[in-house]
Write a protein that binds this ligand. Structure first.
Ligand SMILES: [Zn+2]
Length: 290
């Protein structure tokens, strides 16, 4: 709340405060609209989401299990997504974020059903229509059921297909979300998840990772030193995963930028962004997270 502020700006501006009275100009000509007493906050920034998951929100059979069992139920449904579905789910999700005070968001779309079309362009079209600042990430799945993963073959792409479409974007992935992931990475690659991230060249300041609940002390230091960002997902962690919270205080102390996250509709429900702040704060008070 702004109070007793004489002047933030005297010229034409989006926001003008003069003599403790708030005026809002809607154009560059200094045209003033009455503001009165209003609360002003910066637009919230959301650093992780799966907008397409609005299509399968509240899917009963999927929740209250482990991350991997959740995915096994949902992949067959997500394998049917096409451009229209991507556009509609993005439109709904972005509008919901905007209503909750979020003005900038990313999206982690990693499903590419064969024959489904260009899902990324479809969601960019929805963001343009709504006027939300949008920085989508080019997610991917490269290991199918056939090769020991969880996703059906029809949504998996090979490395070249993904890389051909990812040069202009920053790098983003889930990481260290569940104890099962440690086990999987050790068995498959002989490395822990953060070590695998480094192995494939993603431990950089161009990358940011979602969840990051289970890095050990040494890995927190490495993430911080590399400047790799972390998207903290408190609401998601209450529904699925191993029940832990990201070591936010330690990650920030090590130098990793940390952002708060809406996450997909399936793991975060339909509530607004401000509730996410309350969830993160409550987790902190209860000693669940830093
Ligand atoms: Zn996610």
């Amino acid at each position: 709340m702004l109070r007793d502020v004489n002047s933030v700006s005297d010229g034409a501006a989006d926001l003008l405060v003069r003599d403790a009275k708030l005026l809002v100009t809607c154009d560059g000509d200094g045209r003033e609209l009455p503001g009165g007493w209003v609360a002003i906050t910066g637009g919230l920034i959301n650093t992780h989401h799966h907008l397409y998951q609005n299509l399968t929100r509240s899917c009963g059979p999927a929740i209250n299990g482990s991350l991997f069992s959740w995915l096994a139920v949902l992949y067959p449904l997500w394998a049917r997504i096409d451009e229209e579905a991507a556009y509609l789910s993005a439109w709904v999700g972005l509008a919901e974020l905007a209503l909750g005070g979020c003005t900038t968001t990313t999206d982690h779309l990693y499903i590419a059903p064969r024959g489904g079309g260009d899902l990324w362009s479809a969601e960019i079209a929805a963001a343009r229509e709504l006027g939300v600042r949008f920085h989508p990430a080019r997610g991917s799945l490269t290991v199918s059921e056939q090769d020991g993963g969880l996703a059906p073959d029809s949504v998996v792409q090979d490395d070249d297909e993904v890389l051909a479409d990812s040069e202009r974007l920053r790098l983003h992935t889930h990481l260290a979300e569940d104890p099962d992931e440690d086990k999987y990475c050790l068995e498959r690659y002989g490395r822990r998840p953060v070590e695998q991230l480094e192995e494939v060249g993603w431990l950089t300041a161009r990358s940011w990772v979602a969840h990051c609940i289970y890095p050990n002390e040494r890995e927190v230091t490495r993430l911080g030193a590399a400047g790799t960002g972390v998207a903290h997902c408190p609401s998601s962690h209450m529904l699925i995963g191993g029940g832990g919270f990201a070591p936010v205080r330690e990650l920030r102390a090590a130098g990793a930028p940390v952002g708060l996250v809406r996450d997909g509709a399936l793991t975060a429900g339909g509530t607004e962004e401000k509730l996410r702040l309350h969830t993160a704060a409550a987790a902190r008070v209860q000693g669940l997270a830093a």
